[in-house]
Design a protein around this ligand. Structure first.
Ligand SMILES: *Cc1c(COP(=O)(O)O)cnc(C)c1O
Length: 476
């Protein structure tokens, strides 16, 4: 148990980590080697005591961690950062150690706080609070995509059953996948997507549909990052097949969007016609909903236009939108009764008290941390305008080039020289000053800069990136 006085120590220790200016993107090799040697191989019979462990964590472990959130120059993955308010709230979450799963308004305010946080977030995003009422915090976008496919699977097979004559109950939640599909005359459930995130393919396996269920459709010929609607329609028409459509709103590799408003309207109509579920994986693109209507954001805003026509939407708050520490994703579905069937914590049915549906019947977890508090704190501490401003600076002032206005948070580039290009990311990362990740584009190796941290100071960091690019090209 903590004893009085030690909290100041904790705070000072964490503060010194946070305040250390100008974190490198990667730790020096020597720090990693030292940490590796410090890791024990056996469980001690008697504990080492708090003081020894505190010292070990501070001196061995922390210096060997990368600057994925603490450095403004870590551009490898979309990692986001944390604000003071969200960090403080996150500590409180650990300190109070609440489980907000069941809404018990006479016993604790915990579930109300989660609920308010989700509603404020919907206001930030302009997502209808009455429509998307199955809102829930998740462990991340992968968690949200798993929920989406579990709901989609239930919906598409149940709707196939309803279209039979006589209409037949084919609920997967009640009967299981095999029996429900058999009764519904469904031989296969397919997930139609373009540029799906890898986690969607994992989610397909988790919910028993299989990797092969994800069909990556060809892109449109004229705009080769867009969903080809004719291909979607062709696949929807297959006999004895039920379909989930998963739109990538913000493709994480290129920063492009696979739909615009027109396509969303057409996809909704197609989904209704064929009893399909329409999901949007907006783990990456969700914050585009926060941008002000200005000509320079036209293409990006168009990329999330009519996103509310979806049956479910995935967002990722530890990545972007609000700057909270790991782990926190969000899921916005709009079929509450269906969701409560799929995630019913059966057979123990704890009735909901009052107006807020209990989270343990809305998602995977029965127990979980109070994930909403850091979101709540950040939204209230900084408000709408700040959340707009960090996006505007993070997204668009970096390395302008042709068509930069269609690209969102991600900059892809390659070296003209093939030899340099093949080693580009390794060379850029070797100094540890910045960190970018490798990818490919049109069959050529490319480097990718993902900007998602509110610590970015555009002028300083653009200069730093340019300096590193010059260093690498001068050497070759
Ligand atoms: C990052 C990402 C995910 C996975 O998110 P996690 O938070 O890492 O689980 C899913 N979809 C997209 C589009 C992403 O960018």
């Amino acid at each position: 148990m903590p004893h009085s006085g030690c909290l100041n120590d904790y705070a000072a220790s964490v503060e010194s980590i946070l305040l250390a200016q100008d974190h490198a993107a990667l730790p020096p090799h020597s720090a990693i080697q030292r940490a590796e040697l410090s890791l024990p191989k056996t469980l001690p019979e008697s504990g080492l005591g708090f003081e020894r462990i505190k010292q070990h964590l501070e001196e061995d472990i922390v210096p060997a961690l990368n600057g994925s959130s603490l450095s403004a120059n870590y551009y490898g993955f979309v990692t986001g950062g944390a604000t003071m308010a969200s960090l403080f709230a996150d500590w409180l979450v650990s300190a109070v150690d609440q489980n907000p799963q069941v809404h018990s308004p006479t016993e604790t305010i915990a579930s109300d706080v989660d609920h308010v946080a989700l509603r404020l977030l919907q206001q930030l995003l302009g997502l209808d609070e009455n429509l998307f009422n199955g809102r829930i915090f998740t462990t991340g976008a992968t968690g949200s995509n798993i929920l989406a496919l579990a709901l989609g699977r239930e919906y598409v097979v149940a709707s196939a059953g309803r279209r039979l004559s006589p209409p037949t109950n084919t609920s997967i939640a009640q009967l299981g996948v095999l029996k429900a599909c058999k009764l519904a005359g469904v031989n296969r459930i397919q997930i139609l997507s373009a540029m799906p995130h890898s986690s969607l393919i994992k989610a397909a396996s988790v919910v028993g549909l299989g990797h092969a269920a994800v069909i990556t459709l060809p892109l449109s010929v004229e705009e080769p990052w867009k969903f080809d609607l004719a291909a979607v329609e062709r696949h929807l028409k297959a006999a004895n097949v039920a379909s989930i459509i998963s739109v990538s709103a913000g493709e994480v590799n290129t920063g492009r969007f696979t739909t615009s408003g027109d396509e969303m309207v057409k996809l909704r109509a197609l989904a209704d016609e064929h009893g399909a579920w329409l999901h949007v994986d907006a783990a990456f693109g969700l914050p585009a909903l926060v941008l002000p209507q200005r000509p320079e954001y036209k293409h990006i805003i168009e990329g999330v236009k009519f996103i509310e026509l979806a049956d479910s939407i995935t967002g990722d708050l530890h990545k972007n939108t609000v700057q909270v520490p790991y782990d926190c994703g969000v899921f916005f579905p709009r079929h509450l009764a269906l969701q409560q069937t799929v995630f019913q914590n059966a057979p123990l049915v704890v009735p909901d008290h009052g107006e807020i549906p209990s989270a343990h019947n809305l998602g995977v977890e029965n127990s979980r941390r109070m994930r909403g508090l850091p979101v709540y704190a950040s939204l209230l501490a900084y408000g709408r305008i700040w959340h707009q401003e960090i996006l505007q600076s993070a997204a668009y002032e970096l390395l302008p080039g042709p068509e930069i206005d269609k690209v969102y948070m991600i900059v892809l580039f390659c070296a003209r020289d093939d030899t340099l290009n093949s080693q580009l990311t390794a060379k850029l990362n070797e100094s540890g000053i910045i960190y970018v990740s490798p990818t490919s584009w049109n069959g050529r190796a490319a480097a990718r800069i993902a900007v998602s941290n509110s610590r970015v100071e555009v002028k300083r960091d653009v200069e730093r990136v340019i300096r590193e690019l010059e260093r690498v090209s001068a050497k070759s």
